[in-house]
Design a protein around this ligand. Structure first.
Ligand code: PMP
Length: 401
């Protein structure tokens, strides 16, 4: 019999090779977190430039006080699922507030954004249905598709023409069709061309699910996401999102106007059979939602910071995932995995933490140093990040003649 962990020998060897010379990118410990933009790693104070903390609310006093109050009033955990003992008043309140904010009839909250995708996709689709996904979809979307048992097709990244050809050739039989997109793609930071995808609905029958994990709070006049920015909210049947980025907590949600949406509360297993979000997490998320709603200046600061980082890096010759428009995800494309690992480590030594993103978790097998910008960064911090990238690049990438 084969040892079940044998299949990971190559993966382990790759990890060992990195950690022989460098800090462990997947085992990194934040010894302390000082603020949304500062932490202490390996005893050194660093600027946090890879947190997804887009609105910078994690240390907001109002959220912290709301979380403390919830701990006092409702205890540390719910110790149960929503269909058993796990629905508390604040869960309902957050669902009402999120539905109102998103301008939708219904909202369901989940224990993580990952589970929101699993629950929605496997709740909506079964073996008779067909799901069409972008090839750069997040792991939770791929896993939701697997869990559903539905048939699926993968179209080229952000390519509505390719999807149109697949839809035209496809016979749905007696099943439904679900197309899944993301607002901002998490690795390169590019947006879906949503108007073009939505236009396909006129010719081809399908329902549309949009994951706004990285775009909620960030895009649109009110922060409702890419669907708001693109002016196509009415065409998106289901929106999924997370509390773990702009809302600074942990949990996930889905909203819809579908009159039968709530049936998923007793059909979606990743909603039904797991403990509901903790009272403190619900309370901080409710508070963060109010902040997003009442302090639009945060969105303006975030985008100004994103533009500053993007322009600064482009000016110094870096190749980025997106340059046509400002995105809060700024991904530096490295010439090789070895350079990416060495630069990531040197950035840390220069007081800057970013995400090291390597294949197979990246599109087109790219090796990335992925930054995510926060409204809480100040210009000096952004400039420090740019300067550190430049210093480190000069150390590891020989200048072209
Ligand atoms: N969808 C996308 C596009 C994501 O990037 C992520 C998290 N990185 C998730 C879903 C899952 O969110 P959570 O962290 O709340 O599980």
């Amino acid at each position: 019999m084969t040892d079940l962990l044998d299949k990971y020998r190559d993966l382990k060897a790759r990890h060992d090779a990195i950690t022989r010379h460098f800090a462990d990118p997947v085992g990194l410990v934040n010894d302390r977190i000082l603020s949304p933009t500062r932490g202490v790693i390996n005893g050194r104070e660093v600027i946090l430039a890879g947190t997804n903390n887009y609105m910078g609310v994690t240390f907001d006093r109002r959220c912290i006080e709301a979380g403390k109050k919830a701990l006092e009033e409702f205890g540390t955990g719910t110790t149960g699922s929503r269909i058993a003992n796990g629905t508390y008043g604040p869960h309902r309140q957050l669902e009402r507030e999120l539905a109102r904010f998103m301008g939708r009839r219904s909202c369901m909250i989940f224990s993580t954004g990952f589970q929101a995708n699993l629950g929605m996709i496997a709740g909506l689709c079964g073996p008779k249905d067909t799901i069409f996904i972008d090839m750069d979809s997040h792991a939770s979307i791929h896993d939701g598709v697997k869990l559903s048992g539905a048939r699926f097709k993968t179209f080229r990244h952000n390519d509505p023409d390719h999807l149109a050809r697949q839809l035209a050739r496809h016979d749905p039989g007696d099943g439904g069709r679900l197309v899944i997109l993301e607002g901002i793609y998490s690795m390169l930071g590019d947006f879906a061309p949503l108007e073009e995808f939505v236009a396909l609905k006129r010719e081809h029958d399908f329902q549309l699910l949009l994951d706004e994990a990285h775009s909620f709070g960030v895009l649109g006049e009110n922060g409702r996401g890419l669907a708001e920015l693109a002016g196509v909210e009415d065409e998106v049947d289901f929106i999924v999102g997370t509390f773990s980025k702009s809302l600074g907590g942990i949990g996930g949600y889905a909203v819809s106007d579908h009159p039968m949406f709530d049936v998923l509360r007793f059909a979606a297993r990743p909603y039904m059979f797991t403990a509901s979000p903790s009272p403190a997490s619900i309370a901080t998320t409710l508070c963060a939602l109010k902040i997003i709603e009442n302090e639009p200046e945060r969105r303006a600061r975030l985008m100004a910071n994103a533009e500053r980082l993007q322009k600064g890096l482009v000016k110094r010759g870096f190749r980025l995932g997106v340059t046509e428009y400002a995105s809060p995800v700024v991904a530096v494309i490295c010439p090789s995995e070895e350079v990416a690992v060495a630069m990531w480590n040197a950035l840390l030594e220069n007081g800057v933490y970013v995400n090291l993103a390597l294949p197979p978790g990246t599109p087109d097998k790219l090796s990335l140093l992925r930054c995510s910008v926060s409204a809480a960064h100040d210009e000096e911090e952004i400039d420090h990040v740019i300067a550190a990238f430049e210093r480190v690049r000069d150390q590891f990438i020989p200048a072209a003649d």
